[in-house]
Design a protein around this ligand. Structure first.
Ligand SMILES: [Fe+2]
Ligand SMILES: [Fe+2]
Length: 319
């Protein structure tokens, strides 16, 4: 039984086994003797009824068609709670599913930052990231390994949230409600960039004065976009993640105690992730090189105590 000439996307399936739900997309398999995927499980099938088929794993790799990728993403997102709680799914795989969902959600938030649905998805994935890291802090390592070059902006947002949660858990500050709102601020910190042209965002060379003035508007634009949807804690992180303790940051040129602790943590995570990831305007630095640059060439940018704690966090030790 074959198919329409469609584009196929390979999927991993182990987590599908966790579900007792009806899928609304077709799943195809590529048996060893076939060079084209063939239909294995039709839409409207309950996964619980075909667990044996999936578990045998003799069907070869599994695929969905590109035009059902939205449905598949929704299915994954709706399954996240049970996936995270399922002890039979390896941590590495859970992390990869959470990261994939988070990246997709941030992509959609950037596409339509005014959509209440997208913002509530961002809130849910923030809870999922926190749940996963609370269940096992090793997931932080896995989550950070999963950046995608093609989706630099989106995986950067996820990484800043993961670094933020990691540092927060290490210093154990505040209660869980604040942790959620802070992490949401981290994941949405650059949402104002959705209002900036790609030609400026992805410019390979140095930005000229006017372009940089446009970039400098993104914290304020992010704050404006999220004002009706997010708490003060979240909005503060979005608005102040480019402030520096010496007062030379933007948009307000706040100094030292005028900047919240949350914003100070987000700033460190933001700069470190930007330095250690491949971007249009520069290759990735090694962790030590990034930290050395932050220490020697960015004097006055960060709160010293938090910066030292961040170094300890990266080294996997407690302060
Ligand atoms: Fe930013
Ligand atoms: Fe950023």
């Amino acid at each position: 039984m074959i198919l329409e000439s469609k584009k196929f996307i390979r999927i991993v399936t182990d987590y599908l086994l966790a579900e007792d739900r009806i899928i609304d997309f077709n799943i195809y398999a590529k048996p060893p003797n076939s060079n084209k995927p063939v239909l294995l499980i039709a839409a409207n099938t309950n996964i619980a009824n075909i667990k044996d088929v999936l578990a045998r794993k003799n069907h070869g790799p599994l695929f969905i068609t590109q035009d059902s990728s939205m449905k598949f993403e929704n299915f994954m997102e709706e399954s996240l709670d049970s996936i995270i709680k399922n002890p039979t799914i390896p941590l590495e795989q859970k992390s990869s599913i959470v990261h994939a969902c988070a990246t997709n959600i941030i992509r959609d938030v950037f596409d339509d930052p005014r959509s209440g649905k997208n913002i509530s998805r961002a809130k849910n994935i923030t809870s999922n990231i926190i749940d996963l890291t609370l269940a096992d802090t090793q997931s932080i390592r896995h989550l950070l390994r999963l950046g995608s070059h093609h989706y630099y902006t989106f995986s950067h947002c996820v990484n800043v949230a993961v670094f933020g949660v990691g540092l927060w858990l290490m210093i154990r500050k505040g209660d869980d409600t604040e942790l959620h709102d802070f992490t949401l601020g981290c994941i949405l910190h650059d949402v104002g960039k959705s209002q900036i042209l790609d030609s400026i965002l992805n410019k390979p060379g140095k930005l000229d004065f006017e372009e940089f003035e446009i970039i400098k508007k993104h914290p304020g634009q992010g704050h404006w976009l999220m004002a009706k949807h997010a708490s003060e804690i979240t909005l503060d992180v979005i608005l102040h993640h480019h402030e520096k303790i010496n007062g030379n940051g933007y948009p307000h040129g706040l100094k030292r105690d005028q900047i919240s602790d949350n914003a100070k943590i987000a700033t460190i995570a933001d700069v470190y992730d930007a330095l250690t990831t491949n971007r249009p305007y520069g290759g990735a630095r090694r962790p030590l090189s990034a930290l050395t640059l932050m220490k020697k060439e960015m004097v006055g940018h960060f709160e010293q105590k938090r910066f030292e704690e961040f170094i300890l966090f990266l080294g996997g030790r407690s302060a």
